[in-house]
Design a protein around this ligand. Structure first.
Ligand code: NAD
Length: 293
């Protein structure tokens, strides 16, 4: 079977290019989109993510603020900053990099972000808007990126059986909501760590989205021939032959699964690059909605 590789790098570039005109028009009318990224503590992976988000803003002409707070920052101090950012007219999107140190109550922090600026789509108001099919809400960037890949490659979803593997609030649940929603009209099954007969459930999928965090859990025996496979997983596995001592793999056993699929995302270079592109898109959307432009 000929398999289409769903190229996230290329699709993210198309998304960014499509945003450039809007950003320039907004800037000319005095409403430059602005994103504040807040990092508490010095987790090295989080630092890398935060820096790449700020860099993406710079490349597109989006104003950005990077707040790096010490690991000892209190909940009250963090909430004070969130309240300031809520009031700052230069800022349209606020993102608190996850995970914060354990003394910070992340759920509470998210509830203090103005939902109009919640470009991560984690605030309960935005979760509700997603379920309500209200397009003014913000959808978490990773599932939004998966949908953008399906759209860009013209993959039909209407009436298809989609299986979403994983039920997190960041990926699995919003992904299932998008697929079952009015725009996609798929029939959706959510599978998770307690699902019985996982392999069989997955094998019934026309579209399989894996968001589990278990390296290469999805084997060839999980795949219906001709299925579309979206691999959200990013897992480090030891690899002595790599200069870094590890390599990145997804939740899907790509070499063995790929020949069975009609389309599949690679890891890296699939869903990953889409996530930041969708964050930029959400920031521009927030700017338009807040400024009324
Ligand atoms: P999570 O740990 O919050 O959720 C994992 C889900 O998988 C849970 O719902 C759990 O029930 C399910 N699960 C665990 N073990 C299972 C098993 N053996 N069988 C079936 N289901 C099982 O993870 P998450 O935040 O949703 O992330 C999932 C993966 O996606 C991770 O590898 C993460 O790094 C990656 N991720 C990638 C991006 C990106 O930009 N590409 C963004 C977010 C997360």
């Amino acid at each position: 079977m000929t398999t289409t590789i769903l190229d996230g790098k290329r699709t993210a570039e198309l998304t960014r290019n499509a945003l450039l005109d809007t950003i320039s028009q907004l800037t000319q009318s005095g409403h430059t989109p602005g994103l504040a990224v807040v990092l508490v503590g010095n987790d090295p992976a989080s630092r890398v993510y935060v820096n790449s988000k700020v860099k993406a803003c710079e490349q597109l002409g989006i104003y950005s603020q990077k707040w790096v707070l010490s690991a000892e920052t209190t909940q009250t101090e963090l909430l004070d900053l969130i309240h300031k950012l809520n009031e700052d007219p230069r800022i349209h999107g606020i993102l608190v990099q996850s995970p914060p140190p354990s003394h910070i109550d992340e759920t509470e922090v998210i509830r203090h972000i103005d939902p109009r600026k919640d470009v991560d789509g984690f605030h309960p108001v935005n979760v509700a808007k997603l379920v309500l099919d209200d397009p003014s809400g913000f959808v978490p960037c990773t599932p939004l990126g998966c949908m953008e890949l399906l759209k860009t490659y013209g993959i039909p979803t209407v009436g298809k059986h989609a299986v979403v593997l994983g039920r997190s609030m960041i990926v699995g649940k919003p992904m299932a909501s998008l697929l079952v929603g009015k725009e996609s009209n798929a029939t959706v099954t959510i599978a998770h760590s307690r699902t019985e007969g996982l392999e069989e459930v997955c094998r019934s999928a026309d579209i399989l989205v894996a968001a589990v965090g278990k390296p290469q859990l999805v084997k060839a025996s999980f795949i219906k021939p001709g299925a579309v496979v979206i691999d959200v997983g990013i897992n480090r596995v030891r690899d002595a032959s790599s200069p870094r001592g590890y390599r990145l793999v997804g939740d899907v056993d790509f070499p063995n699964v790929q020949p069975l699929c009609s389309a599949i995302t690679p890891v890296p270079g699939g869903v990953g690059p889409m996530t930041i592109a969708m964050l930029m898109s959400n920031t521009v959307k927030a700017c338009r909605q807040i400024s009324g432009c």
